[in-house]
Design a protein around this ligand. Structure first.
Ligand SMILES: *Cc1c(COP(=O)(O)O)cnc(C)c1O
Length: 814
């Protein structure tokens, strides 16, 4: 990158002068805004070049449809991918600004819940870096993932007003706005060509306006686009009503339209069931498809025979599946294709990624909600299902059970996953075990019907953000010993293995971890007034709060360990700091009770002088991408303790590995593939396996009581949930206790096998403590984890998608 540092400096100064009428005394946010704008200037030329190259060659694109993009901050990432970070930092510091302070001014773009949204962001980074033509399509939520504060130990949610100041990275494209219709009634007109044409009457009209954000590839000129849609009313507010002083009614229509892109639903792996959520989904799918069709017809007119050659749409979970009937509608009603022609296009265009097998997360919509909002689209879904069932009856004439199970519309509900599988040419899971469970259990009928569609694509993470940017010390260490080039080829890291017996190198590695731990301690001191001892083991459990992720198992062990240290003077394990970070969905009561429990246990333990210097519990408030970037580099132990078979993949596990933390985990999701790479002696694996859990589920043989009776330490920890040991939130903890021991609301007890795995988890924690005491042995394991993580780069994942599903060509921008 030929970067003109003087021009950059001048650009920042000029902006401060012009925009803010202030120069070097600008406040920090002004400086951030001016710096970001100056960086966007640098990006602009290549962005345009990329757009032209992709148009000119009429190349096949991947369109990544996702309701969530968890992007995090862009300033450092863009500077790093442009390879001008050091120079830009120097220029800013020379002008008297502190880069860290400037960087912290940027709000964290949190337009996603967790793993699924962050995966979309890592994929965009890899696609641009690998020079593939790609567009991300989604929603420009006015408010992203809520801001979490802990008040009196409870989670309290505040709106995430991330657009309070302008976003310097986005460009509003009002020239490309489209209209999306809701409600109304379907009208039919018979035309001279003998066909019926359908349209909507009296529908609510909503304007969709795209905002483009550049996606800068690393060390390449490719700059792809993330295009997010904003909803507004085409009519604005009602001046008549306003003049008559009906102020509330005057803005009703406007508000109703703007509500669509107002806020991200904070559900991860769970249902929302709200009509507004379906409106969001249809809104961005329809707008994106109209956008694609407009560009296509500008070149090819109404001949859609090349559409599927030039477009592949990846559906990130079922959230965008309504795009399938919507593309049918657009092709038939707006572009006059016959059903069979349209269906041929659709079934060659869509590919679907499944992200979970949790029953509560499988999206289904009540017919009345769906039909009320999208009457014409509903007719098309019915017709898709009618044709499908008729085929199914021919193939399995006697199997009424199967016909019923597989029907896309059933019991008053529309099953979005069924629609996705039937219409897509590819269906993938996100780790080997997950894809296997889909094939052999959850989607068995479908895998039998369409075996050629099913495949696996193990998730990955981008090493640009999660190593190069987040952990500069480790990044330099790797370049020094493994050599350069790992930024775009993570397999270079295997060169580190040659240093496995080099005590000086191992010592250096431990020192880097130590410094990162000191940084994290300083940050938590400054932001939360928490005290962390960097000499202790940093045992880290950061991810969404969900019962299947079993934060409760971690807490029960902490209580057990606390009791043991108090009871036994001779028990002297190495000092540990247990670090948690997790948001709970607003309506998920039990998850919120677990957050309260973690905080109550923290208060009890952290104020007990008898265990000072031995254990400490820290809850990091408002876990998000920018917090994650500070925590992963400082972790010694990676908690990946989901109930086997329930975590589809996980990507946090990969970020930990890349940063040299050792996995303490079950054989679940991508943990299995991590252990395949590092081998069991370099991780801490425990607990029931997926097939064992399945067998217990089938036999209904699980009895948690038996595990409590056999383990006095467990019995005591459980009893302390209910006896007031952890303060004044007893009703919440009693509910947790009941759910484990008796089962509540008609559920079986301990649905996620916490108590069944408790003993194995305690023993695995003992192995961790013993291994950590052998510092050189630990350093060796750390080195091997880093050296063997090549598979978990999202670059590898993207190349797998390209080879098996997307069939893209790399386009080099000169
Ligand atoms: C990586 C990431 C996740 C996903 O973590 P898992 O442990 O895989 O569930 C969630 N949130 C943020 C902010 C992340 O960076």
């Amino acid at each position: 990158m030929d970067f003109d540092i003087f021009a950059f400096e001048k650009s920042v100064k000029n902006r401060l002068k012009k925009q803010y009428d202030t120069d070097l005394h600008a406040d920090n946010h002004d400086v951030y805004d001016a710096a970001a704008a100056a960086v966007l200037d640098v990006i602009m030329e290549n962005w345009k070049k990329t757009r032209l190259a992709h148009q000119k060659d009429k190349v096949r694109h991947i369109y990544y449809f996702s309701a969530e993009f968890l992007m995090g901050r862009a300033l450092s990432n863009n500077l790093i991918n442009l390879r001008i970070k050091d120079q830009a930092v120097n220029a800013l510091e020379k002008m008297g600004f502190n880069y860290n302070t400037i960087e912290e001014q940027e709000p964290d773009a949190g337009l996603g819940n967790g793993g699924l949204g962050r995966l979309a962001a890592c994929f965009l980074d890899s696609l641009a870096t690998l020079n593939y033509p790609a567009v991300g399509y989604g929603i420009r939520y006015r408010y992203g993932m809520f801001e979490q504060r802990i008040e009196n130990g409870f989670q309290v949610e505040y709106p995430d007003n991330w657009l309070k100041n302008r976003d310097p990275w986005e460009i509003r494209r009002s020239d490309l706005a489209v209209e999306v219709l809701f409600g109304g009634s379907v009208s039919v007109r018979h035309e001279a060509d003998g066909r019926d044409y359908f349209s909507l009457e009296n529908a609510e009209r909503v304007t969709a306006t795209p905002y483009d954000t550049p996606i800068v590839g690393y060390d390449t000129k490719t700059v792809n686009t993330l295009r997010l849609w904003e909803a507004s009313s085409p009519e604005g507010f009602d001046l008549q009503l306003f003049n008559d002083m009906h102020y509330k009614r005057a803005v009703e229509k406007q508000n109703s339209a703007e509500d669509i892109s107002r806020v991200l639903y904070p559900n991860d792996n769970g249902p929302s069931g709200k009509a507004l959520r379906l409106k969001q989904q249809y809104f961005f799918c329809s707008a994106s498809l109209q956008d694609m069709i407009r560009s296509y017809t500008a070149v090819y007119g109404q001949d859609f025979s090349k559409f599927a050659d030039l477009h592949v749409i990846q559906l990130n979970d079922t959230h965008p599946v309504v795009a399938i009937p919507e593309l049918m509608r657009l092709l038939m009603d707006e572009h006059r294709l016959e059903w069979d022609e349209a269906w041929a296009v659709v079934t060659k265009t869509f590919a679907y990624t499944n992200h979970t097998i949790l029953a509560e997360a499988l999206e289904k919509w009540p017919i009345d909600i769906f039909q009320g909002l999208l009457p014409r689209v509903y007719q098309i879904v019915e017709e898709i299902n009618r044709r499908f069932l008729s085929d199914l009856r021919t193939r399995f004439p006697d199997d009424y059970d199967k016909q019923n199970r597989m029907s896309i519309i059933r019991n008053g509900m529309i099953y979005m996953a069924w629609l996705a599988i039937h219409a897509s040419f590819s269906v993938n899971g996100v780790a080997a075990l997950h894809s296997e469970i889909l094939r052999t259990q959850e989607l068995k009928d479908w895998a039998h019907l369409y075996p050629e569609k099913f495949n696996n694509k193990t998730n990955g993470v981008t090493q640009r953000r999660w190593l190069l940017s987040a952990n500069p010390r480790l990044a330099s260490f790797i370049t020094k010993y493994a050599g350069s080039g790992w930024e775009t080829d993570l397999s270079v890291l295997k060169n580190l293995e040659t240093y496995i017996d080099d005590t000086a190198v191992l010592k250096e590695l431990l020192e880097i971890k130590q410094q990162n731990k000191e940084d994290l301690a300083a940050w938590l001191k400054a932001t939360q007034n928490e005290f962390l001892d960097p000499e202790s083991i940093f045992d880290v459990h950061i991810k969404r709060l969900h019962e299947y992720k079993r934060q409760l198992l971690n807490v029960l062990h902490i209580i057990y360990l606390y009791n043991r240290i108090l009871d036994d003077e001779d028990f002297n394990p190495p000092a540990r700091t247990f670090i948690f970070g997790a948001k709970a969905a607003s309506g998920y009561r039990r998850a919120k009770a677990i957050i309260k429990l973690i905080n109550a246990v923290a208060v009890k333990i952290n104020t007990d002088k008898r265990v000072r210097g031995k254990i400490r519990v820290v809850f990091v408030e408002n876990y998000r991408v920018s917090a994650a970037e500070k925590i992963f580099p400082a972790a010694d132990v990676s908690e990946q303790i989901s109930t086997a078979g329930k975590e589809a993949s996980g990507t946090g596990n990969m970020k930990f590995m890349l940063n040299g933390a050792l996995t303490l985990g079950t054989l679940d999701g991508a943990n299995i593939e991590i252990v395949e790479e590092v081998h069991e002696q370099n991780a801490f694996i425990f607990g029931l396996k997926a097939d064992e859990i399945l067998a217990m589920e089938k036999a209904q043989s699980y009895n948690p009581r038996a595990y409590i009776d056999r383990n006095a330490g467990l019995a005591k920890a459980l009893q302390q949930l209910t006896d007031g040991t952890f303060g004044d939130a007893r009703p919440f903890f009693q509910e947790l206790y009941d759910s484990l021991v008796y089962g509540v609301d008609g559920q079986r007890p301990d649905v996620y096998y916490v108590l069944a795995d408790f003993d194995a988890y305690c023993r695995a924690q003992e192995s961790v403590a013993a291994a950590y005491t052998d510092r050189e042995g630990w350093a060796k394991k750390t080195l091997l984890n880093i050296a063997r993580c090549a598979k978990f780069s999202s670059d590898r994942t993207i190349e797998d998608y390209v080879r098996d599903i997307w069939k893209l060509k790399k386009i080099k921008i000169d």
